[in-house]
Design a protein around this ligand. Structure first.
Ligand SMILES: C[S@@+](CC[C@H](N)C(=O)[O-])C[C@H]1O[C@@H](n2cnc3c(N)ncnc32)[C@H](O)[C@@H]1O
Ligand SMILES: Nc1nc2[nH]cc(C(=O)O)c2c(=O)[nH]1
Ligand code: SF4
Ligand SMILES: [Mg+2]
Length: 214
């Protein structure tokens, strides 16, 4: 299969339990909850997205003919600036919605190059076998099928979220992340209140936005 990638880059994981870790980000193009066009945002199933995932024109993006081409490029990003073997390569697969494209071939090709694989998904499709770290970020009003994983990362506040149902899902860690773009001060305060009232949850901040990396 070929893969449409908006952008690929070496950075630090900014969010969640793995924040701070060196990572190659593969951002697949396209999402099933929003077209990515501003004119459609108000009517989309997910309306607060902070990401441009339309097309393949970003830095490091493009159409990759097969899984080997995709994984070779990711391996080249990992090795950038390294003069000696380093810790285990780490790839974060995101988008857009990465479950629309990530398949067993891509996973196998990344693993063949030594990558540990994390995914950022909205949970509306199952995550394929072989992904090492599953982060699901549910969106209100959608049907979540991926109800197990490593971290459940809820952007907060969102209306009409059934918190007790979410707490029944099989995740090792539960985090709330302030919604950006609508008044970050208020959403951060809401998240702090949330964690103080709900000790099974912790705070996730978007560190990359604070330190000025992608
Ligand atoms: C751009 S999404 C791509 C992956 C996948 N489609 C998803 O929604 O999980 C990556 C992460 O950013 C989060 N995110 C998107 N927009 C955000 C915003 N305005 N504020 C905070 N987090 C946001 C998502 O919930 C998700 O955890
Ligand atoms: N540095 C950095 N960390 C991230 N963690 C999740 C992101 C995403 O957009 O999926 C993201 C991102 O866009 N940049
Ligand atoms: S599901 Fe993810 S990529 Fe799609 S619009 Fe929402 S935050 Fe953006
Ligand atoms: Mg992002």
């Amino acid at each position: 299969m070929s893969y449409a990638v908006k952008e690929m880059f070496l950075t630090l994981q900014g969010e969640g339990l793995q924040a701070g870790r060196r990572a190659v980000f593969i951002r697949f193009a396209g999402c099933n909850l929003w077209s990515g066009r501003e004119v459609d945002r108000a009517d989309a199933q997910c309306r607060f997205c902070d990401t441009d995932f339309v097309g393949v024109d970003g830095e490091g993006g493009g159409r990759f003919a097969d899984a080997d081409a995709l994984a070779d490029r990711a391996a080249a990003f990992w090795a950038e600036g390294l003069t000696a073997p380093e810790a285990r390569p780490f790839a974060v697969i995101t988008g857009g919605e990465p479950t629309l494209q990530l398949d067993g071939e891509a996973i196998a090709a990344l693993k063949a190059r030594g990558f540990e694989i994390a995914i950022e998904t909205n949970g509306t499709n199952p995550v394929p076998e072989g992904v090492d770290w599953i982060c699901v970020s549910p969106k209100a009003g959608t049907v979540i099928v991926q109800t197990a994983g490593d971290e459940l990362k809820l952007v907060w506040p969102q209306a009409d979220v059934d918190l007790r149902a979410l707490e029944g899902w099989d995740f090792t860690h539960r985090l709330v992340q302030p919604m950006d773009g609508v008044g970050l001060g208020d959403t951060q305060a809401a998240c702090i209140d949330f964690v103080l009232a709900n000790p099974r949850w912790r705070l996730s901040l978007q560190n990359h936005k604070m330190i000025g990396v992608r």
